[in-house]
Design a protein around this ligand. Structure first.
Ligand code: DCP
Ligand code: MG
Length: 447
């Protein structure tokens, strides 16, 4: 389902759409001159890489977030994890790492190694919120983003030199954009022509690193590094490789392939290919999320149906817009209500036809609401679209039933894109009750 096959003209269309929003040109001719300049500047770029893969990974993510939010923690060794003795370290700030403290280490051992460390319990909601912002930044740089976890992703930057400059400039811009969007967090970025080398490169100069490895340098650059950096070589395989006399990636690259295959089977072949910087895997962008949801925790509990419906309608608008933006259709809807005793109640259904229209999602949600027998009050109202599928053109033609509602919603999308999601509200949706917490749009990680 990914669209890595973007040609440069489509990228240019995309770029001009982005620029359209970012700049205010004094006249249409200024705009044309600027776009012309972009097209021409393509010619001045040194031989562009056939493929450009970026890998970005936040530095000591959870710990850096804690230092960002609490200035007293800055410059000090911070361990994120439960305060209990039985806990393990989730991550440690770079000030704690010289003591040997790292992820997955028992807390007791970590504090023995670094007694001055400040232990901070994790705040997953905050990490998720910042992760969503970081992923949104990545999507500003590429239509093909493959998130690997909350804090790292591959970006297919192929063909975007005329927008962002040569690979090093791309890396600088990604890093600067993340810093700005998060209020100061740093990422390390690696760029190369393959996923594997880009991933090793991002870890090469952490923290706040930027490493660019052109294709012709890749094998020599990998060679002196430990076999532990090979993908697929876990601790057991590493021990076997050492026992066979292979210490570095260069040892594997220069090994006798048959011998590697005899001792390691297909893994031998895989490691040999990686060591020689061959990795044909594409960026798996636009993975289809299985559901897309929106939970709203309210500052006042609600009981009346009409109050609950108000939030369901708003959520339906928000979710349908995301569905359309990502080109998904939803096969069903799910309504969640949380009681004041924190009991979570759920009702869900399948829709007659997959949809990306808010009005249809809302109608489904209304029916589900009738199926709850709890009188309330509720402190959270949640709506999710589930059974998602990619919306190819033939499926979209099937949406004619909801045609006029969809047409209106698409027009509103354009306005929201220009002026922000909150610019247009239904008059009856204006209410005194505010939302105190809303889940971020982490669609890619939901299942
Ligand atoms: N994490 C976790 N448990 C682990 C490893 C990581 O909960 N065993 C969490 C905490 C990390 C976050 O995931 O902050 C990202 O993991 P990374 O492996 O990218 O580690 P960091 O970002 O913390 O450090 P680095 O600078 O090495 O990337
Ligand atoms: Mg990280």
């Amino acid at each position: 389902m990914h669209s890595s096959g973007w040609g440069s003209s489509e990228r240019l269309d995309w770029a001009s759409a982005v620029l359209d929003q970012a700049f205010e040109f004094s006249s249409a001719s200024d705009y044309c001159i600027f776009i012309q300049h972009l097209v021409n500047s393509d010619r001045t770029v040194a031989e562009p890489w056939e493929r450009v893969v970026a890998h970005a990974d936040m530095d000591a993510f959870y710990a850096s977030v804690e230092q960002l939010d609490d200035p007293k923690l800055r410059g000090r060794p911070v361990i994120v994890g439960p305060r209990s003795k039985r806990g393990v370290v989730l991550t440690a700030s770079y000030e704690a790492r010289p003591f040997g403290v790292g992820s997955a280490m028992p807390m007791v051992k970590a504090l023995r190694l670094c007694p001055d460390a400040i232990v901070v319990p994790p705040r997953f909601e905050r990490y998720t919120e910042l992760s969503a912002r970081i992923m949104a930044v990545f999507e500003d740089f590429s239509p093909d983003v493959e998130p690997l976890s909350l804090d790292e992703a591959f970006l297919d930057m192929t063909g975007s030199e005329h927008l962002f400059g040569p690979p090093r400039r791309m890396g600088e811009k990604i890093k600067a954009a993340i810093k700005e969007a998060t209020g100061g967090l740093t990422a390390s970025v690696g760029l190369s022509q393959t996923k594997y080398v880009a991933k090793v490169a991002s870890g090469y100069q952490k923290p706040d690193g930027l490493t660019v490895v052109p294709k012709e340098d890749a094998v020599n650059w990998l060679a002196p590094q430990s076999v532990a950096r090979l993908w697929g070589a876990g601790p057991k395989t590493q021990a076997r490789l050492y026992a066979l006399g292979y210490q570095t990636i260069g040892d594997i690259a220069g090994a006798d392939l048959e011998k590697l295959q005899t001792t390691l089977g297909s893994l031998g072949n895989h490691l040999f290919e990686l060591a020689n910087a061959r990795d044909p895997r594409r960026i798996e962008g636009h993975r289809v999320a299985r559901s897309m949801g929106c939970d709203r925790t309210l500052n006042e509990d609600v009981s009346a149906n009409e109050d609950i419906l108000l939030y369901l309608r708003r959520s339906a608008d928000h979710i349908a817009r995301r569905l359309r933006r990502k080109n998904y259709l939803a096969g069903g809807v799910r309504v969640r209500l949380k009681t004041t005793e924190f009991k979570l109640l759920t009702r869900q259904c399948t829709l007659a036809e997959p949809t990306d229209v808010a009005q249809v999602l809302y109608a489904g949600a209304q029916k589900m609401l009738d199926r709850f027998d709890h009188p309330g009050p509720f402190r959270l109202v949640g709506l999710a679209a589930h059974s998602l599928e990619g919306a190819d053109e033939s499926r979209q033609l099937g949406l004619l039933d909801a045609g006029s509602a969809r047409a209106l919603e698409v027009t509103l999308d354009r306005l929201a894109e220009r002026f922000g999601d909150n610019v247009i509200r239904r008059a009856r949706d204006i209410t005194q009750t505010t939302v105190v917490d809303q889940t971020p749009d982490l669609d890619f990680l939901r299942s």
